[in-house]
Design a protein around this ligand. Sequence first.
Ligand code: COA
Length: 172
Amino acid sequence: MSSKGLISSCSLTPELLEQAYGLGARQCPSPNEQLTLVFSQSRALDLVELEQLLEAVGWSRRPLRRVRRALDHSLLKVSLWRHDSRMPRLVGFARCTGDGIIDATVWDVAIHPLYQGAGLGKHLMDYILEALRDLGTERVTLFADPGVISFYERQGWLLEPGGHRCAFWYTS
Ligand SMILES: CC(C)(COP(=O)(O)OP(=O)(O)OC[C@H]1O[C@@H](n2cnc3c(N)ncnc32)[C@H](O)[C@@H]1OP(=O)(O)O)[C@@H](O)C(=O)NCCC(=O)NCCS
């Protein structure tokens, strides 16, 4: 995956999109013709595949039972698939928690390393913000790792002023 230039790929019919990827599924602009990419909010996730994706971007594995519960309690789960009629591949993911009306927080934003640098992270964030807007969410927050702050800043996210308004409590 390299250039961001060309945005075209085979287009799926709305029926096929919904059948394979669930209600609200939408094609993601693709960096090349061979690659058809789809956002889904409801296609079933294979937790092992999800954890492999998150491990590929450098995060530690988590117990799958806890991941399942965290997903069940999430407001929004967005997966990005490399379309294949037999076996779509998970290439990106993010989820949100919160009430979805006043607040939502974005977590676990990841694009597989093989697909990074092609604009997909930005498309993923656009898709999430649109879905949250559709829910009527007023404010969206996230906690950016130091190495990706400018990824979000470029998209218009505001840094909390002076780092003074954020508090954490780790229970263990
Ligand atoms: C961060 C991440 C989601 C970005 O996805 P991506 O598909 O590579 O990003 P894009 O190609 O859409 O990049 C969009 C823009 O952000 C820039 N960008 C991408 N990653 C960046 C980074 N780590 N730091 C600063 N800018 C970055 C790109 O250069 C591009 O800039 P441009 O629009 O001026 O050309 C992806 O690199 C990733 O999964 N990283 C590992 C997990 C992670 O750190 N997630 C965030 C946790 S807070």
